[in-house]
Design a protein. Sequence first.
Length: 246
Amino acid sequence: MSSGLRVDVFSVFPELVDGALSASIIGRARQNSQIDLRLHDPRDHATDAHRSIDDSPFGGGAGMVMRPDVLAASIRETDPPRPLLAMTPSGATFDQAMARELAAGGGFSLLCGRYEGIDQRVLDSVVDAEVSIGDYVLAGGEVAAAVIIEAVGRLVPGVLGNADSIEDESFATGLLEYPHYTRPADFEGAEVPPILLSGNHGAVDRWRYAMSLRRTVERRPDLIDARGGLSPDDEADLAWLAALDR
Ligand code: SAH
């Protein structure tokens, strides 16, 4: 039936993931079956009277750890699309390149931790990799999973109305995006760069590219290094932009 991107999420708070992905672009993509999001609550596989999904850590200490048997039972019953990625602050940092890779595949799955985290044996043998969304600690993996699904989902063909918007946006070319302007042309005395009103599409394209370069040089020199530095053409575009400013 659906030919959309299948994404399975394992979470003891599935409503958090569902809520974050119910409106706007991703909500519409789910309704149109472009994204087939399936939520699974590992608590359905708990075996004791209290339906426990966590227990105290071996070795002592604060907090609770998610039980490997309950998580594994939930995952194995589902046989979810791979890769199955666990949300953890210790994983590889999610970025646009990973988003593109996941969007190009046939589907993927995310396992959300809570409490102190997930029993290491699940990370070692049931999941395929660990992914972090950045160097900070959340209370659970659900918001991280929503971040990943939103970033990947908008790259699925047809999800965004205008495919061009994916091609020039930040990181698509290894550069940050150029600035945008809309009406009014004069906002509280701040004017729009005149070249954008010139009607000269070649000049507008050159300006946008040069502004992307300039911003990236100023704000994210690491991205310029990653592209192997500035080419002679890049240097010429930056000099052209500097001359426009004078
Ligand atoms: N004790 C852990 C943190 C647990 S936070 C540690 O020090 O590493 C509880 C859960 O939130 C984690 O299991 C993970 O699923 C999720 N989480 C927290 N921060 C995250 C981040 N930066 N990226 C992805 N998931 C995160």
